[in-house]
Write a protein that binds this ligand. Structure first.
Ligand code: HEC
Ligand code: HEC
Ligand code: HEC
Ligand code: HEC
Length: 157
């Protein structure tokens, strides 16, 4: 009996540890929302005032370091935490540079993700607390940002 309990506990720690490792391996390659925002100010403003920038702040006190929650709610880091740009667009370490970003193909090769509905559904599962099922059109309408950033002067030529 003891032995079974031990095995179960050991297995559970491995699961928790691998979630933590996967999350930190990914966030280690994050450049942070502010760095993206330097070149994409309009997108940054939309994100900053969206629920995704508060996703970690809504967690109850007891769960702020809970890896089970952080998988979808991010960490408490103001710049790399919550559901920051890179949770959707992919970690920016290798693509977040002007000469790379100007080349769509190259950007994708080095980590820029095409943000499809699949990406939203990694977190917006049927278990997420919402009375309405996830509807991409409606939900995207609440956080839409993009095209306009391309004409922003800060992007330069
Ligand atoms: C040094 C400036 C700079 C930084 C930093 C930067 N970008 Fe960009 N980004 C650009 C430029 C320039 C383009 C291309 C715009 C164009 O030519 O139409 C671009 C394009 C994009 C596109 C559209 C790409 C496509 O091919 O569809 C996305 C999405 C994007 N950036 C997201 C991000 C994210 C997320 C970050 C932070 C991890 C980031 N960018 C950091 C300058 C930057
Ligand atoms: C699979 C992803 C996922 C996991 C894991 C997850 N959540 Fe969430 N949670 C969501 C999503 C998505 C929403 C927003 C749902 C919506 O509004 O459509 C949400 C919303 C919430 C809200 C409501 C926030 C508000 O603004 O009212 C709370 C509170 C919350 N989650 C707590 C937790 C806690 C505590 C944990 C860990 C025990 C957790 N969640 C784990 C995805 C997740
Ligand atoms: C890494 C996890 C994650 C991903 C990926 C994600 N979300 Fe969220 N989303 C959340 C969490 C957590 C909340 C709850 C935040 C809060 O309550 O402050 C949320 C809240 C929202 C809300 C506000 C809640 C509401 O019911 O109006 C919208 C809109 C939304 N997400 C749209 C999207 C869309 C569209 C995508 C895909 C393009 C997406 N999300 C991808 C985790 C995620
Ligand atoms: C919840 C997921 C999500 C988050 C968080 C998010 N984005 Fe986006 N973003 C999208 C989607 C979806 C699109 C439109 C489809 C596409 O271009 O891939 C988009 C489009 C863009 C575009 C325009 C691409 C184009 O071709 O016009 C830029 C630039 C961009 N995002 C930058 C950012 C920056 C900077 C942040 C953080 C401050 C951010 N995004 C946060 C999902 C997200």
């Amino acid at each position: 009996m003891r032995r079974i309990v031990f095995i179960v506990v050991a297995l559970m720690s491995i699961v928790v540890a691998s979630v933590v490792l996967a999350t930190s391996a990914m966030t280690a390659e994050f450049v942070g929302a502010r760095a993206c925002g330097k070149c994409h100010p309009a997108a940054y403003q939309v994100w900053k005032s969206s629920p995704h920038s508060r996703a970690h702040a809504v967690l109850p006190k007891g769960n702020i370091k809970d890896p089970r929650c952080m998988r979808c709610h991010g960490s408490g880091d103001l710049d790399r935490g919550a559901v920051q740009c890179e949770y959707c667009h992919g970690a920016g370490k290798y693509y977040a540079r002007r000469h790379v970003m100007k080349d769509s193909e190259l950007s994708r090769i080095v980590g820029l993700v095409k943000v499809t509905e699949e990406v939203c559904r990694r977190c917006h599962t049927d278990a997420a607390p919402n009375v309405q099922a996830f509807d991409r059109e409606r939900m995207w309408g609440h956080i839409s940002h993009g095209r306009e950033a391309k004409t922003s002067e800060t992007l330069g030529k």
